[in-house]
Design a protein around this ligand. Structure first.
Ligand code: ADP
Ligand code: MG
Length: 409
C-alpha cells in the first residue's frame, strides 16, 4: 500500500556523488498552471503551488507530454529530467534525477493516466462513474483504499470530508461547468443522499454498496494527493529522487540535485479576471501587504507533500457573489468558513490532500484543534479571510514569509 516516506531515510539516500549545483529551471510553466521556477544564480528552484487548472484550457495529454533535459555544463554527467503531462484536468510536472530517471518518469506518466481513468467521477467509464451508476460494486485496490481512507477522514473531521457530496456538486454545475444556484428545495432533496455512514464498505472483499438510490461519490478531494504518493513510490522503486507537481500540489522525494532542499512557494489566493480578491474581507483585499502578493511564503523540504486548497481555484460568479467548488456537506452550499487558503504539509500525500479540503470547510479554530490532536502527522499554512497568516509550529524551521506569521502552538 502507501509507503510513508521517513525523513531520515531520504537524507540517507542522497547519493554522495551528487555534486551538481545550480540545477536550473525544471520546465517552462504552461500558461495558467504552476510549475517549477528557478533562480539560475543560486540554483534555488521554487515550486509554485496552489493553482488549479480550471482556467488552463483544453490541451490533451498527447499534446502536453514532453521531456525537458536540464544539464549543467559544470557538472560531469548529471541530468535532471522533467516530464510535462496534462491529466486530472491540470498541468503536471514530474522531475527526477538518478540513473533510472527516464524509466521512473515513464512509469510515473503511465500511472497518472491510469489513475485518472480509474478515479475521475466525471468520465463515464471510470470505475468511480460505474460505481455511481450501479449504486456500488466491486472495487480495485486503489478505490478500496481511497474509500476506506475517505471514510476515516470523514470521521476525523466531523463530517467535513465527505465523498458522497457529488450529487450536490452536480447540482451546482461544477461537474460539467453549467454553473447554477440550486434552489433550497432541490438541496433539501439532495442532502439526505450525502453521508459516508450510508456507504457500506467491505474492505476485506473490496466491495461497496450505497444505501440509497441516487447516492454518488467523488474522490476529487483526495485523488491528486494519492497520485503524488503513488509516484513517490515509483521514484523510490527506481532509486531516483525528484519532485512531483500536480497542478500546484507538490510532493518532493529527496533533495534537489545540489543536495539542498526544494523551496516550495505557496501561492497567494489568485485574483479574479477583474483583478479583485473577493475571497478576502474588504479591508484585507485593499491592504498593502496583500496587494500584488504572489506567494504566501516558502517552505523548504526534501521529503513532504505540500498541498493547497482554496476557493479561488475553481468558482463562478453570479450577481456579485462568488461560489466555489468545495462544498460544506452540512448545508450543500460552498463552504463559507473563515479561511481563503489551506496548505497541508505531510509525508503522507493522501492525508495532506484530504485534510486541505477538510480544513477549508472547517475553518481556523476547528482546524487548529484537529492539528493539536495530530501534530505528529501534518502541519498547516492557513490564510484567513482578513489576510492573516497562521502556521503550525511544527514547520517553524522550514517556513518563511514576508507577512507576519501567527504561530499555532
Ligand atoms: P483540487 O481541485 O485542487 O484538487 P481540493 O483537493 O480541495 O482541490 O478538492 C476539491 C474537490 O473535492 C472538489 O472539486 C470536489 O470534487 C471535491 N469536494 C468538494 N467538497 C468536498 C468535501 N466537503 N469533501 C470531500 N470532497 C469534496
Ligand atoms: Mg484536497
Amino acid at each position: 500500500m502507501i509507503q510513508v516516506i521517513k525523513k531520515g531515510m531520504i537524507v540517507g539516500m542522497v547519493a554522495a556523488s551528487v555534486i551538481f549545483t545550480g540545477c536550473g529551471n525544471a520546465a517552462e510553466p504552461a500558461a495558467g498552471s504552476s510549475a517549477a521556477e528557478a533562480n539560475a544564480d543560486s540554483g534555488a528552484a521554487e515550486i509554485n503551488t496552489g493553482s488549479s487548472a480550471a482556467s488552463s484550457g483544453t490541451a490533451s495529454a498527447d499534446e502536453n507530454t514532453e521531456d525537458t533535459v536540464e544539464t549543467n555544463s559544470d557538472a560531469e554527467n548529471y541530468e535532471l529530467l522533467t516530464r510535462e503531462v496534462f491529466a486530472m484536468d491540470t498541468y503536471m510536472t514530474f522531475s527526477a534525477y538518478g540513473e533510472d530517471a527516464e524509466a521512473a518518469l515513464d512509469e510515473a506518466e503511465e500511472e497518472i493516466l491510469r489513475l485518472d481513468q480509474l478515479l475521475a467521477a466525471e468520465s463515464e467509464d471510470s470505475e468511480v462513474a460505474k460505481l455511481n451508476q450501479n449504486g456500488g460494486g466491486q472495487l480495485s485496490d486503489d478505490t478500496a483504499y481511497l474509500i476506506e481512507r475517505s471514510i476515516a477522514l470523514n470521521q476525523e473531521t466531523d463530517g467535513a470530508f465527505e465523498i458522497t457530496v457529488y450529487p450536490v456538486k452536480q447540482a451546482w454545475g461544477f461537474t460539467d461547468e453549467n454553473y447554477r444556484i440550486p434552489s433550497d428545495e432541490e438541496l433539501a432533496e439532495l442532502l439526505p443522499l450525502v453521508g459516508s455512514e450510508q456507504l457500506e464498505l467491505d474492505a476485506e472483499n473490496k466491495t461497496v454498496a450505497y444505501q440509497k438510490d441516487g447516492m454518488k461519490i467523488d474522490l476529487g478531494g483526495i485523488t491528486k494527493g494519492y497520485a503524488s504518493s503513488r509516484l513517490t513510490d515509483i521514484f523510490m522503486k527506481h532509486d531516483v529522487q525528484g519532485m512531483i507537481n500536480l497542478g500546484g500540489n507538490v510532493q518532493v522525494y529527496g533533495p534537489k540535485p545540489d543536495g539542498s532542499d526544494w523551496r516550495v512557494a505557496i501561492q497567494a489566493p489568485e485574483r479574479t479576471e477583474e483583478n479583485t480578491l473577493p475571497w478576502l474581507s474588504q479591508a484585507a483585499s485593499g491592504s498593502a501587504s496583500l496587494a500584488g502578493l504572489d506567494y504566501i511564503g516558502v517552505l523548504e523540504t526534501n521529503s513532504q507533500a505540500v498541498i493547497t486548497s482554496g476557493g479561488y481555484e475553481r468558482y463562478f460568479e453570479k450577481d456579485g457573489v462568488y461560489y466555489h467548488h468545495i462544498i460544506d456537506p452540512k448545508t450543500g452550499y460552498p463552504s463559507d468558513a473563515d479561511l481563503v487558503s489551506v496548505t497541508i504539509v505531510s509525508e503522507d500525500g493522501t492525508l495532506a490532500d484530504g485534510l486541505s479540503t477538510s480544513m477549508f470547510v472547517l475553518g481556523l479554530d476547528k482546524a487548529s484543534e484537529i492539528w493539536r490532536a495530530h501534530s505528529d502527522e501534518f502541519d498547516m499554512i492557513l490564510m484567513d479571510t482578513d489576510g492573516n497568516l497562521y502556521v503550525t509550529e511544527g514547520i517553524k524551521d522550514q517556513f518563511t514569509s514576508d507577512l507576519e506569521i501567527h504561530w499555532i502552538e
